[in-house]
Design a protein around this ligand. Structure first.
Ligand code: PRX
Length: 635
């Protein structure tokens, strides 16, 4: 276990320096020590950020499920791999051992094969947080099919766009899902989506809520009887290191969602190595990440990273508020959770409830607390540290992205002294750079700029599905020879990083990445709307909330404006999902525009944030007069 588990700050700096001086040697050592390969690589790294092209462990042959399952069977076959905690606390939790997981994944893989799914085919997974979700992800990986998990809170239109973008031939879903006191008709959403998706041949349906759903003959099949018939033995497909493992969609500032493509070997090595170190996972620990597998956090740190380490990983089906706001703490106590990884938005929502619901739970099992998805503000950081960690469980504020595949900047718990709101230091192998507006790197500490990464790391996304040019334009064109993250950051006097937020038109709402363009498109589809502009504004629970400025075709619209607001939000719910609903909608006669016709979002952001003291020079606008009007009518 030489360099696998970093033990102290001195060792961190040693490991970090080594990883920068000789990245190939460093990652080769990690890869050699801890994984099962059918054939080792011919070359550790081949890269060119101008194309951009990045290949890790080229020539290697492997299957990631052997690393996540098979190799654990001999030593920890009876250990719980997945601990499923249902939505309803009265329903019993399920402990799925590595041996049982192996059986379930193999059977599922055989079902996929029998349904004609082959290596390289795309399979869309639209499931709630039930064991079948993790099992179907792994079953795809077992046979080399590329999974594209779509978060089950997305609407039918959003689902259809994602299915069509990568030509999925199969959709895996359930009859419905539980979400707190509600049930959701997932199958109905899939049916609606598939009216627009000609390429889907088969829909496999897991039973969860036992609702009476319609089955389309020749297309829809219940999963259970197929699994009952299937053999529990499925030879893993031997994959090349750079074969795609999965596609996961993320919002861009413009255009349709980007299908980020992650490949096999580098992703496995990086997620496993970061999981072990960032959570200081030990064999007996029970680890819980509250994210949904529909997001990258769930892919990397509920499924692949933990399982590659033989960990026990919790899957929670429900929500933090059901049956009451004490649910998270009840689960921590019940399963004696050692590492707990959640998002600032959840922390803020729980902090609002006070501490009564915490006090009657024993949280003493906790050793590490994690945060991810958006900047954690100082107040939330202290609340988490004081009330959940009792000041003796370090907080790892982990900065990373769908595109990076794994955690990039983070403290190592019990190693890196933490500092509220700072993600602190780069993980070994990660070379951050702060760039100024002229494209020059700002050297030295106490710097503030745009966050880039100078050198490849194993789990970076390799392309955007079907659009390599967009990948190049989005990430490799802003700064020469650098990966541009889209985030701003500052570096303090000791070299700690603090992520200050997006510098593009992506808005992070409750930890979810939302692009303004698709929301504006949805709003503009309302027949009464002529034009719209969406910006973010600070919100005490969600981090950011959405503010929409809407120009109606007929400003004197006689309909009740509150009804119109509801209809516009309904439009968004249908096109994207409820997460993208607008908190405030201001009807206006105009939007501030530059002479070339570009909306000046900077001004709109300031007005939405009630910060109108310094709007800058508005006289060069095409229509300066609208600014005062918008200020006067701001919500
Ligand atoms: O702005 C950063 C923010 O979330 C963005 C990435 O979102 P997504 O691809 O959905 O992945 C989220 C989970 C990895 C980043 O560009 N972000 C993520 N983590 C942090 C963060 N901002 C500040 N601090 C963090 N710890």
């Amino acid at each position: 276990m030489s360099n696998y588990h970093i033990k102290n700050l001195e060792e961190y700096f040693q490991v970090y320096r080594k990883s920068i001086r000789n990245p190939e040697g460093f990652w080769e050592e990690v890869a050699e020590e801890h994984f099962m390969w059918h054939k080792k690589w011919d070359r550790v790294l081949d890269w060119d950020f101008t194309k951009p092209e990045v290949k890790w462990f080229e020539g290697a042959k492997l299957n990631i499920t052997e690393n996540c399952i098979d190799r654990h069977l001999r030593i920890r076959g009876d250990k719980t791999a997945i601990l499923f905690e249902p939505n309803d606390p009265k329903e019993e939790a399920q402990h799925i051992s590595y041996a049982q997981l192996s059986e379930r994944v193999n059977k599922f893989a055989n079902v996929l094969k029998a349904q004609g799914v082959k290596k390289g085919d795309r399979v869309c997974i639209y499931l709630p947080m039930i064991p079948e979700l993790a099992v179907s992800v792994l079953a795809c990986a077992r046979i080399g099919a590329i999974h594209s998990v779509v978060f089950a809170g997305f609407s039918s239109t959003a689902l259809a766009t994602r299915i069509n973008d990568c030509d999925c031939k199969m959709v895996i879903t359930s009859d419905g899902s539980y979400r707190g006191a509600k049930t959701i008709d997932l199958k109905g959403i899939v049916d609606e989506a598939l009216e627009q998706c000609e390429g889907v041949e088969t829909v496999l349906i897991a039973k969860r809520i036992h609702s009476d759903i319609e089955m389309k003959s020749g297309r829809d099949q219940w999963l259970e009887p197929l699994l009952d018939e299937a053999s529990a033995d499925c030879e893993p497909e031997i994959m090349d290191a750079e074969d795609p493992l999965f596609i996961l969609y993320t919002s861009g500032s413009t255009g349709k969602p980007k299908g980020m493509v992650h490949t096999t070997a580098g992703y496995m090595v990086y997620t496993a190595y970061t999981f072990k170190n960032v959570f200081q996972y030990r064999e007996e620990d029970v680890y819980w990440c509250t994210a949904d597998i529909g997001w990258i956090t769930g892919h990397s740190y509920i499924v692949y990273g933990p399982l590659a380490n033989g960990a026990t990983t919790v899957m929670f089906e429900g929500v933090p508020s059901y049956p009451d706001f004490g649910r998270f703490w009840e689960i921590v106590e019940k399963h004696k959770i050692n590492q707990f990884y959640t998002a600032p938005t959840a922390i803020r929502a729980l902090a609002k409830q006070g501490t009564e619901l915490i006090e009657n739970h024993d949280l003493s099992s906790l050793k590490v607390l994690g945060s991810v998805g958006e900047p954690i503000n100082e107040e939330a950081w202290h609340w988490y540290n004081d009330n959940i960690g009792h000041k003796n469980s370090p907080i790892v504020d982990t900065w990373w992205q769908t595109e990076t595949g794994g955690i990039m900047i983070t403290p190592i718990p019990y190693v890196t002294p933490t500092k509220p709101t700072y993600a602190t230091l780069p993980f070994p192998g990660i070379q951050p750079a702060l760039m100024d507006e002229n494209g020059k790197e700002i050297k030295g500490n106490q710097a503030d700029g745009r966050l880039c990464i100078k050198f490849p790391w194993p789990s970076m996304a390799r392309t955007i599905w079907g659009n390599h040019q967009r990948y190049k334009d989005t990430y490799f064109s802003a700064f020469e020879n650098m990966y541009f993250t889209g985030d701003g950051a500052l570096r303090d006097e000791v070299g700690y990083y603090r992520i200050t937020g997006r510098v593009d038109d992506v808005i992070i709402v409750s930890g979810h990445n939302l692009g303004t363009a698709p929301i504006e498109d949805a709003v503009n589809e309302h027949p009464a709307v002529a034009e719209s502009a969406i910006v973010g504004f600070p919100h005490d629970v969600k981090g950011n909330a959405l503010y929409g400025y809407v120009i109606l075709k007929n400003f004197g619209e006689t309909r009740n404006q509150d009804n119109l607001r509801k209809e516009i939000n309904q439009m968004i719910t249908e096109q994207i999902g409820p997460i993208a609903k607008l908190d405030k909608i201001q009807f206006t006669q105009g939007l501030p525009k530059t002479r070339s016709g570009k909306i000046m979002r900077r001004i709109l952001r300031k007005i939405a944030s009630k910060d109108t003291s310094n709007l800058g020079d508005t006289s060069t606008l095409l229509n300066p007069e609208v600014v005062q009007d918008i200020i006067d009518n701001a919500l």
